[in-house]
Write a protein that binds this ligand. Structure first.
Ligand SMILES: Cc1cc2nc3c(=O)[nH]c(=O)nc-3n(C[C@H](O)[C@H](O)[C@H](O)COP(=O)(O)OP(=O)(O)OC[C@H]3O[C@@H](n4cnc5c(N)ncnc54)[C@H](O)[C@@H]3O)c2cc1C
Length: 373
C-alpha cells in the first residue's frame, strides 16, 4: 500500500508518523512545496527577531524520516489531483500514484482586497520563505517604520519581533478592541493601556486599511500611517484550490468526517488547516496535529476518530502573559490588573466554561482541564 501526503506542516508530519506506527510495511511519502523539513510554524513570529536552534524549530531532524522510512520530498509542489486514476501531478510535470492520499496543504494568509495591498512593500508570515523575505527586508535597513495589519495574537507577536528589530511599529485593527475573541472588555482595555505605554509601538483601533501606495497607508477613518512596509496578519484561508479543482467537496475547508475521510471518497483524507470537520475549520497547531494523526491512522488501515478539544490561546510578548480558554462570552467573576488578572466564566449549573488569566498564568493547565471536563 502506498500512502502519500501532500503538505509539509505539522498535520502532514503527524499523518506520516501515525501511518507508519499503524502500518509497518506501507510505502509512505510526503510531498511539501517548502524547501525545509516540517517545523513548528508558531516559532516563525519570534524568529523574525531571533535565531532558534534547529532542535527547537524542526519537529524532527532529517535522519528521523529515513529511520521511519518516510520519503520526504521537499520543494515538491502538487498542482493537480486526479482521483479517478489515483494520481497527482507535481509542478515539475512528474506524476505520482497513491493508494491513499492525505491532503494537509494548510492555509495561506488572507490579504484584504484593499487597493495597493497586492503590490510591493507588503509582507506576510506563514511559510519559511516568508520569514526569509521579511528578514531580508529588515536587514536592508529600508523598513524602519512598519504597519502591522491585524491586532490579533499573531499581529501582536509580529509587532513584538519588529520592535525588537528596531522598527517603529503601528498596529492597525479594524475592530474597536484588542483580541476580542479572547479577552473580555475589561481585560481588553487593560491590555490596550499597557500596550499604549510601549516605546515605538502605536495602536490604531477601530479603522481598517483603505489604501496603500508604498509610502502611506490610508485608513478607513480618514487618517493615515506613514510607513515603509505593511505586514498583513488578518487571518488565513484554507489552501483548498487543489482539492476544489479535483471536484472534492469543499466549504471554507475540504469537507471531512471525524475519521478525516473526504466526503464521498474512500481513499482521500484531509487534515489540519485545510480541513473542515462538522463545519469547523482548524487554525490551531494542536488541532492540526490531532487531525493529522487521525488521518494517518485511518489511511493506514486503523480506526481512529478525531475529537475536537477546546484549545486555549496563549500570548507571551510585549511584557504581557495572557491565557484565554473556553467560552468567555457574557458575565464573568473576578478581574484585576494586567499583571494579575483572573476572570472565570461559569454556566448556570456552576460549571466552568471559560477563563482569562493575565500576568500570573500558573493556574492555566488546571483551569483548562476543568473547562474540558
Ligand atoms: C506565525 C504563526 C504563528 C502561529 N502561532 C500559533 C500558536 O501560537 N498556536 C496555535 O495553535 N497555532 C498557531 N499558528 C497556527 C498553526 O501554525 C497552524 O494551525 C498549523 O501550522 C496548521 O498546520 P497544517 O499542517 O495543517 O498546515 P500548515 O502548517 O500551513 O502546513 C501546510 C504545508 O503544506 C504545504 N503545501 C501547501 N500547498 C501545497 C502543495 N500544493 N503541494 C505541496 N505542499 C503544499 C505548505 O507549503 C506547508 O508547508 C501560527 C501560525 C503562524 C503562521
Amino acid at each position: 500500500m502506498k500512502i502519500v501526503i501532500i503538505g509539509g506542516g505539522v498535520a502532514a508530519f503527524e499523518a506520516a508518523t501515525a501511518a507508519r506506527k499503524q502500518n509497518e510495511t506501507a510505502e509512505i511519502a510526503v510531498y511539501s512545496r517548502e524547501k525545509v523539513a516540517p517545523y513548528r510554524r508558531p516559532a516563525l513570529s519570534g524568529m523574525v527577531a531571533h535565531e532558534l536552534e534547529d532542535a527547537r524549530f524542526f519537529i524532527k531532524g532529517t535522519a528521523f524520516f529515513g529511520q521511519e522510512r518516510i520519503a520526504l520530498h521537499l520543494g515538491a509542489e502538487a498542482v493537480k489531483i486526479d482521483p479517478a486514476t489515483r494520481t497527482f501531478t507535481l509542478a515539475t510535470g512528474e506524476t505520482v500514484a497513491y493508494d491513499k492520499l492525505i491532503l494537509a496543504t494548510g492555509a495561506h494568509p488572507f490579504v484584504p482586497p484593499v487597493p495597493g495591498l497586492n503590490g510591493d512593500k507588503v509582507a506576510v508570515l506563514r511559510e519559511f520563505s516568508d520569514l526569509e523575505d521579511l528578514r531580508a527586508r529588515l536587514d536592508s535597513g529600508n523598513c524602519r517604520r512598519v504597519a502591522v495589519l491585524g491586532g490579533g495574537v499573531l499581529g501582536l507577536e509580529l509587532a513584538a519581533s519588529l520592535l525588537e528589530r528596531g522598527a517603529a511599529v503601528t498596529v492597525v485593527e479594524a475592530a474597536p478592541a484588542i483580541m476580542p475573541r479572547n479577552l473580555d472588555a475589561e481585560a481588553g482595555k487593560l491590555v490596550m493601556e499597557h500596550l499604549a505605554k510601549i516605546p515605538g509601538l502605536e495602536l490604531r483601533f477601530g479603522a481598517g486599511a483603505a489604501g496603500w501606495d508604498g509610502k502611506t497607508l490610508k485608513l478607513s477613518d480618514g487618517t493615515a500611517v506613514e510607513c515603509d512596509l505593511v505586514c498583513v496578519s488578518a487571518g488565513v484561508r484554507a489552501n483548498i484550490e487543489l482539492a476544489a479543482a479535483a471536484g472534492l467537496p469543499c466549504g471554507r475547508g475540504i469537507t471531512v468526517d471525524d475519521s478525516m475521510r473526504v466526503a464521498g471518497y474512500d481513499d482521500i483524507y484531509a487534515a489540519g488547516d485545510v480541513a473542515e470537520c462538522d463545519g469547523q475549520g482548524c487554525g490551531l497547531y494542536n488541532t492540526a496535529r490531532a487531525m493529522g494523526k487521525t488521518a494517518g491512522i485511518n489511511a493506514a488501515g486503523g480506526n481512529a476518530t478525531f475529537a475536537p478539544e477546546a484549545t486555549p490561546v496563549r500570548l507571551a510578548v510585549l511584557g504581557l502573559k495572557i491565557f484565554s480558554a473556553g467560552d468567555i462570552s457574557g458575565t464573568g467573576e473576578g478581574g484585576g490588573d494586567v499583571m494579575k488578572y483572573r476572570k472565570l466564566f461559569r454556566d448556570e449549573s456552576g460549571k466552568l466554561r471559560g477563563a482569562i488569566l493575565m500576568g500570573d498564568v500558573g493556574e492555566a493547565l488546571k483551569l483548562q482541564a476543568e473547562i474540558g471536563k
